[in-house]
Design a binder for this molecule. Structure first.
Ligand SMILES: [Zn+2]
Length: 319
């Protein structure tokens, strides 16, 4: 029996692989850019090549590899074998990637939704390692989620649970990427924050970013740190919306820990303080006192570590 698992994090723009030991430590890693409009054959070939390369570059070699965990964006079928559909990889439909990887390398493979995999990483060796229950929100271009209950990922009856970004907080709110209106993603993702910022600028308020061209969430964060009032207000408002979503989660699940990750957490306390303020005001008292709201400890590594952890967990080798 080997001592390492390979964790793969398949994203819309990057494909990352790492060799992870039984304690969740990454020993070797590689990453390549992917074209999200490439056909499934091209992308799966890239996955095969990356697995082979990351294995070849690691001294204990592929014979020491227990198996491969693959985290993918989009919907995974009930059996955890096929990627049914991924908004980030539009041509990727009904791909039996678990079998493809497993047969190619003759080792067990586990396929998991990427946000679930990242949540498992934080549960295993990150910000939620002491907790039995955890909810994670990945706040970036969109908002993803993962739920761990009683030390197990909660996938729902059809493997589509934890779509936290599509929790509706305002019935007549802005249109979301999913087609519904008023989802938390349509208010508090980086994309939504930039949209609200631009709307504010149009109203004529002064800002250091007035003539800055194409605005990004990072630019808003940097301007806020320099004291730009509109930027500060927009981040505070984003925290307020997230706080509302977190109160809903707390009232439904009452988890021990809620972990926040993704590009937006770069705003630090500017984002966290209004989140905690809303929770203080709106959460039931016991829930507000007990649930810890924390930032991720694994950051961008959560996907690789979590995917490897899902494999080890499936084989009952680790937590
Ligand atoms: Zn939505």
């Amino acid at each position: 029996m080997g001592n390492y698992a390979i964790g793969i994090d398949l994203g819309g723009t990057n494909l990352k692989a790492g060799i992870v030991d039984r304690d969740g430590k990454i020993h070797h890693r590689l990453s390549i850019r992917t074209d999200n409009n490439a056909d499934p054959q091209t992308i799966s070939n890239q996955i095969f090549e990356l697995i082979a390369k990351v294995g070849a570059g690691f001294k204990p070699a592929l014979t020491n590899i227990i198996g491969i965990g693959l985290g993918s964006p989009g919907l995974v079928d009930k059996k955890g074998e096929t990627i049914l559909f991924s908004p980030n990889l539009p041509l990727w439909r009904n791909i039996p990637i678990k079998r493809m990887v497993s047969e190619r390398f003759s080792v067990p493979c586990v396929l998991e939704n990427d946000a679930n995999a990242a949540a498992w990483g934080e549960k295993w060796v990150g910000a939620g390692r002491e907790a039995d229950s955890l909810v994670m929100l990945t706040i970036g271009t969109g908002i993803g989620g993962g739920i761990v209950i009683n030390k197990k990922l909660w996938r729902g009856v059809n493997n589509v649970a934890a779509e936290i970004g599509h929790m509706v907080i305002q019935m007549d709110g802005p249109k979301c990427s999913c087609g519904n209106c008023g989802c938390i993603e349509a208010y508090a993702s980086a994309t939504a924050m930039v949209r609200r910022f631009k709307e504010s600028l149009k109203s004529g308020v002064p800002s250091s970013l007035k003539d800055a061209g194409e605005i990004t969430a990072k630019m808003i964060n940097d301007a806020a740190l320099q004291g730009d009032k509109v930027s500060l207000d927009i981040i505070k408002e984003t925290g307020h919306y997230l706080g509302v979503a977190l109160v809903n989660i707390m009232h439904v699940l009452n988890p021990e820990v809620i972990v926040l990750t993704g590009g937006m957490i770069g705003s630090g306390d500017l984002l966290m303080n209004p989140i905690k303020q809303v929770i203080k005001e709106k959460a039931f008292e016991a829930s507000a006192k007990e649930t810890k709201i924390v930032f991720s400890q694994l950051g961008n590594d959560a996907g690789i570590i979590g995917a490897a952890g899902c494999l080890l967990n499936e084989l009952e080798i680790s937590v």
